[in-house]
Design a binder for this molecule. Structure first.
Ligand SMILES: Cc1ncc(COP(=O)(O)O)c(C=O)c1O
Length: 390
């Protein structure tokens, strides 16, 4: 089970702030920060190449830990600098020509949208699968919209702007025996719940290290199913790690997910993400999810009772994300007041999630991302502060 005293002792930031911004960027636990600093100290003394050679095992543990988390092979994992980098490398490796169709969910994040908006400029048809009345990706509507022209389906597992956890595995079941590539953004899921790529059925999965996974900033992971590599085109993002310049006028792609990596990354942060992943796994992903869901439910229920606050969460399955608005204060303004009173959360705007916020007529929301190191007392204090401020 979760030893909250130990977890909070590993998270020194808990002493000073009520950190509810784990959907933005979490507080990394001490072992993660120590691993990064320790790695940099060795680079300082020994040199970057020499440190990498001496620390191969720790660097490789990124692949082992991530593969253990996602239930895949180590050669299906690539290290990236962000979820957006991972998403673009996956997306740009799918061959799309004018007349092909892409189906996208309603919870797409801005970076993903830029990909399919550019594809539209090239004559690719993009259709948005609506959510149903509960705010879930509408599988029945998807069944009506899907045909053999669909070459790619892009779903965001958890909406960053309303917290809905979409039925990604049911979509995976539908896509399993088709030729369409299934690209799943589980950026907001990684670190707060178990994710198994075989159950999800996705061909690609992307996430960032800094959110619920509690890794360093500037880290991310890409899962690429080995059986789809043969059907892909080379992504334009290549260097000497992802491909080999094999003769003067030819090159060969790496035959594993390494084809999605750059050779030059923060090696220290890669070790940090490996340690963060091990740290999460050591507590048990189901334990983490249970606590996160119950803390978030407490927060949501208390906020719903505050006059002048509207809880804006959607979807049947809920997670650690709690979104709301205040009648009397703009989201950014209230977020800043909360920050100056020691409570961290974020205020995503319409530009981050046009499909969702545009349709709901929202310019922004307040968003908490509750994590397992938070406590009931923190939730209660945050609610009473919010009540006072509005
Ligand atoms: C759902 C979702 N996808 C992708 C991203 C992009 O992650 P990154 O900033 O690591 O590129 C975010 C970041 O907020 C997100 O919430």
């Amino acid at each position: 089970m979760l030893d909250i005293d130990q977890i909070r002792a590993d998270t020194p930031g808990c002493k000073d702030v009520i950190h509810l911004n784990n959907a933005g960027s979490s507080l990394p636990p001490r072992p993660v920060v120590d691993a990064v600093v320790d790695y940099l100290r060795q680079e300082e003394l020994a040199g970057g190449y020499e440190t990498a050679a001496a620390r191969v095992d720790e660097l490789d543990d990124f692949y082992r830990a991530t593969a253990e988390y996602l239930g895949c092979d180590t050669n299906e994992v690539a290290y990236c600098g962000s979820a957006s980098e991972a998403w673009w490398k996956a997306f740009s490796s799918v061959r799309l020509v004018a007349g092909d169709r892409i189906l996208v969910g309603h919870s797409e994040f801005q970076a993903n949208a830029f990909g399919w908006l550019q594809a539209m400029d090239r004559g690719v048809i993009v259709d948005v699968v609506p959510n149903d009345e509960r705010g879930d990706f509408d599988l029945a509507e998807f069944d009506r919209m899907f045909d053999t022209d669909v070459k790619l389906v892009s779903l965001t597992l958890i909406s960053m702007s309303n917290g809905a956890v979409h039925p990604a595995a049911q979509l995976g079941d539908r896509l399993r025996d088709t030729d369409a590539i299934y690209l799943l953004d589980f950026c907001q899921g990684a670190g707060q719940m178990a994710l198994n790529v075989d159950e999800l059925g996705c061909d690609f999965g992307v996430y960032t290290g800094r959110k619920f996974m509690r890794g360093p900033r500037g880290t991310g992971a890409l899962y690429a199913r080995s059986s789809v590599l043969g059907s892909l085109q080379p992504s334009p993002f290549l260097d000497g790690r992802s491909a080999t310049w094999s003769s003067q006028f030819s090159y060969e792609m790496a035959d594993s997910a390494l084809r999605f990596e750059f050779g030059e990354v923060s090696f220290a942060s890669k070790v940090g993400l490996a340690v963060a992943t091990r740290y999460a796994l050591s507590w048990g992903m189901d334990n983490i999810e249970n606590r996160v869901v119950s803390l978030a439910e407490r927060f949501r229920a208390q906020l719903a009772d505050v006059s002048g606050i509207t809880v804006l969460d959607e979807g049947t399955r809920r997670c650690g994300i709690v979104t709301f608005s205040a009648d009397s204060r703009q989201p950014l303004e209230l977020q800043q007041s909360l920050r100056s009173n020691g409570v961290n959360l974020s205020a995503p705007g319409r530009v981050n999630a046009q499909l969702d916020m545009g349709d709901r007529g929202l310019d922004g929301v307040l968003r908490a991302g509750v994590h397992y190191f938070n406590t009931d007392e923190e939730i209660d204090r945050a609610v009473s502060l919010i009540t006072g401020l509005i």
